[in-house]
Design a protein around this ligand. Structure first.
Ligand SMILES: [Mg+2]
Ligand SMILES: [Zn+2]
Length: 160
């Protein structure tokens, strides 16, 4: 079986601006992410992002914006020799109908566990909200809550 580090997106991968990322220009990769992911890879983890993007349900932005940000992220990381294994996002919001995938629900993490043959006991999730930790725990994965836009030290402290 494999192991993975799950990452929340906004506030962990890219800079938290206090609200949704509404424009491509607002998607700013945190500089700490690159050295952190070197460590993650060195230790043999896959890297998977799990993110709520309810701004889609609210009509604030569309799938195309999310796809563009993710393509940019994937390319930037590739430029550093880093592979991003997968990005799962929930486009829903409870005001517009319940779904099974929005954190704190665990479905997206469970999907990743199955698809990548991951051992949940060897995985971990890092997020800046309680719901990130809850989603992880619901899937049997250890969750770590860090402050938004964490320091490299904070990120590294989550690794075994
Ligand atoms: Mg976040
Ligand atoms: Zn959903």
């Amino acid at each position: 079986m494999n192991k993975a580090v799950f990452l929340d997106r906004d506030g962990v991968v890219n800079k938290e601006l206090g609200d949704y990322i509404l424009r491509y220009e607002e998607f700013e990769i945190l500089p700490e992410l690159i050295p952190f992911l070197y460590e993650v890879r060195k230790r043999g983890f896959k890297v998977i992002i799990i993110t709520n993007q309810a701004g889609i349900a609210k009509g604030l932005y569309d799938h195309a914006l999310v796809d563009a940000c993710h393509a940019f992220l994937t390319e930037e990381l590739a430029g550093h020799g880093l592979i991003l294994d997968e990005i799962y996002y929930c486009p829903h919001h409870p005001d517009f109908g319940e779904c099974l995938c929005r954190k704190p629900k665990s479905l997206l993490i469970e999907k990743a566990l199955a698809r990548f043959d991951l051992d949940p006991s060897q995985c971990l999730m890092i997020g800046d909200k309680d719901r990130d930790v809850e989603a992880a725990e619901g899937a049997g994965v250890k969750g770590f809550r860090v402050s938004p836009n964490p320091t490299l030290e904070q990120l590294l402290a989550c690794l075994p």
